[in-house]
Design a binder for this molecule. Structure first.
Ligand code: UDX
Length: 435
C-alpha cells in the first residue's frame, strides 16, 4: 500500500517505519523543515533504539520519503495517518490546532474519499466531530499505545490495534494493513470512534493509577517500616493484578501520562463531569516528586556547601526525552534552594541544558560526560532515571567517590545492596530501614 503519515515525531516516525518494515511505501509529512531535512539524511533528533538503522534501510530501499509539501499527498495515496502532537495547554485542555491545520491542507488537495486515521490522542468525540464536518472523508480513530524506548517493537508487534469509526471501507483497509502485525485476528478490535478515543485515555489512566497506587504504598512503607519491593512482588504475583507498572519511584513523567490525564480531567469538567480518581492519581504523583525534593533538602539543612550529583534526567531510560520528567521539577526546586548540581545522563544532557538555557541559575549546573567524574567533590548522589549502566556500579564504588556519601535513590536501583554498614547513607523509595 501507499500510505501518507502526517507528523514526524516519535509516534509518526515509529508508525511510518513499521509500515516500511512490512514493505509498504510511506510518505511522511511535517511542517518542521529542519526535521524533514535531517530525516531525509537518515538522521533523527530522537534517541530511540533501532530507529536510525531502520530509517537508513527504509530510505535505501525507497520505502520511505519525507517532505514538508502536503500537496504531494494528492499524487501519493488516499490512506492518511494523523500522528500530530496534541499538547495540553494550561487552563485550555487539549490543543487540536495542529490537526485542524493539517486537515485544512488535506482539503486544499481537493482529494475526495480519503481515509483519515487519527492516531493522535484526542478528546472523546473529536473523530465523530471531524466526520460530521468533512463528509467527503472517511475518518477512523486508531489510537497509538507505543512506549518510548520500545517504540519500534511496540509499533511492529502491537498488543492490539483499536479501530473506531463507521466507515466500512476504512475499517476493511486497516484490517488488511494490520493483519501481518498481529498474532491473532481478535487483536484487531472494532468499535465506535469515541470508544476508541476513550480506550487510549483509559489505558494511560490505568497505568498511571497503578504507579500512583504503588507510590502511595511506598509512603506507607516508609512510615511503618516496610519494604515496597516486597509488597510489589506480592501484589504482582496475583494473576488478576500482574507484575507490570508497580515500580515505586519519583512519579511518572513523559509526553503522555501527565498531558493526557490533565486533558481528560479538563475536558470532563468542561462537560460537567468530574473525575475524582484521576485528580487523586495526579496529586499522588506530584506529592511523590515533592517528597523526594524534601528528603534531599532535609539532609542538606545544616550543610554550608550544597553540591549534589544527579544521575539521569530523562523521564525514563532508553530515551532522550525530558518532557514532563520529574527531573525538571527536582532541578528547579534545588536551584532555588541554592544547590549546585553536577549532572550526568547518557543521552539527555544536551536536551536538559537547552531546557535550562535561559534559567537565571544555569551557572549552578555543570554537565558531565562521565558518571564517575560527575561524583567528584560532590556531597551526595540522587538517581532520577534507572539507566542500566548505573546498575553496573556498586554502592561501594559510589561511596568511595562521594565526599559525604549520601545516596537518594529515586528508582531503588541499589536497594538490594543496602547493608547495616551503609544503610544510614541510603535513602530509597519505600525502603525498610536496616536493623
Ligand atoms: C506511555 C504508555 O505506556 C504508552 O502505552 C502510551 O502510548 C504513551 O505513554 P511512555 O510515556 O513511553 O508510554 O512511558 P512508560 O514506560 O509508560 O512510563 C511512563 C512513566 O511512568 C515514566 O516516567 C516511568 O518512569 C514511570 N513508571 C513506569 C514508574 O514510575 N513506575 C512503573 O512501574 C512504570
Amino acid at each position: 500500500m501507499k500510505i501518507s503519515v502526517l507528523g514526524a515525531g516519535h509516534i509518526g516516525l515509529s508508525t511510518s517505519l513499521s509500515f516500511a518494515h512490512f514493505g509498504h511505501e510511506v510518505l511522511v509529512l511535517d511542517v518542521d523543515s529542519e526535521k524533514i531535512a535531517l530525516l531525509s539524511d537518515a538522521k533523527t533528533q530522537i534517541f530511540e533504539p533501532g530507529l536510525e538503522p531502520l530509517l537508513k534501510n527504509s530510505l535505501l530501499q525507497n520505502k520511505i520519503s519525507f517532505s514538508t509539501d502536503y500537496g504531494k499527498i494528492a499524487d501519493f495515496s488516499d490512506l492518511i495517518f494523523i500522528c500530530i502532537g496534541t499538547p495540553t495547554r494550561p487552563g485550555k485542555g487539549c490543543d487540536l490546532t495542529a490537526i485542524d491545520l493539517a486537515l485544512d491542507s488535506l482539503i486544499a488537495t481537493k482529494m475526495k474519499n480519503l481515509v483519515v486515521v487519527i492516531k493522535s490522542t484526542v478528546p472523546p468525540g473529536t473523530t465523530a466531530h471531524y466526520q460530521q464536518k468533512f463528509q467527503n472523508f472517511h475518518f477512523v480513530s486508531s489510537p497509538e499505545f507505543l512506549r518510548e524506548g520500545q517504540a519500534l517493537q511496540d509499533a511492529i508487534h502491537p498488543d492490539r490495534v483499536v479501530v473506531g469509526g463507521s466507515s466500512k471501507r476504512a475499517v476493511h483497509i486497516l484490517k488488511e494493513l494490520y493483519r501481518p502485525f498481529l498474532k491473532s485476528e481478535s487483536d484487531f478490535i472494532e468499535m465506535d470512534s469515541t470508544s476508541a478515543e476513550l480506550s487510549k485515555y483509559a489505558a494511560n489512566s490505568f497505568l498511571a493509577a497503578r504507579i500512583s497506587l504503588i507510590n502511595e504504598f511506598s509512603v506507607l512503607c516508609e512510615k511503618f517500616g516496610a519494604d515496597i519491593e516486597s509488597v510489589a512482588t506480592a501484589l504482582g504475583k496475583d494473576h488478576r493484578i500482574g507484575p507490570h507498572f508497580l515500580k515505586a519511584g519519583i512519579g511518572y513523567g513523559g509526553s503522555c501520562f501527565p498531558k493526557d490525564i490533565e486533558a481528560l480531567i479538563y475536558f470532563s469538567h468542561a462537560h460537567e463531569t468530574e473525575t475524582p480518581l484521576l485528580k487523586a492519581v495526579q496529586m499522588v504523583n506530584e506529592n511523590q516528586i515533592q517528597r523526594f525534593i524534601q528528603k534531599i533538602k532535609n539532609s542538606f539543612a545544616f550543610q554550608e556547601s550544597k553540591l549534589l550529583t544527579l544521575w539521569g534526567v530523562a523521564f525514563k531510560p532508553e530515551t532522550n526525552d525530558i518532557r514532563e520528567a520529574p527531573s525538571l521539577k527536582i532541578v528547579e526546586a534545588l536551584l532555588l534552594d541554592g544547590f549546585s548540581l553536577q549532572i550526568y545522563d547518557p543521552v539527555s544532557n544536551r536536551e536538559f541544558e537547552s531546557h535550562f538555557k535561559m534559567h537565571p541559575q544555569l551557572n549552578q549546573i555543570s554537565f558531565f560526560d562521565d558518571k564517575m567524574q560527575a561524583l567528584k567533590n560532590s556531597s551526595a548522589l540522587a538517581i532520577l532515571t534507572e539507566w542500566n549502566e548505573f546498575r553496573l556500579v556498586s554502592l561501594e564504588e559510589i561511596q568511595v567517590a562521594l565526599k559525604n556519601i549520601i545516596i537518594f535513590d529515586g528508582r531503588n536501583l541499589f536497594s538490594k545492596q543496602v547493608t547495616s554498614k551503609n544503610s544510614r547513607f541510603y535513602h530509597g523509595i519505600g525502603i525498610r530501614p536496616f536493623e
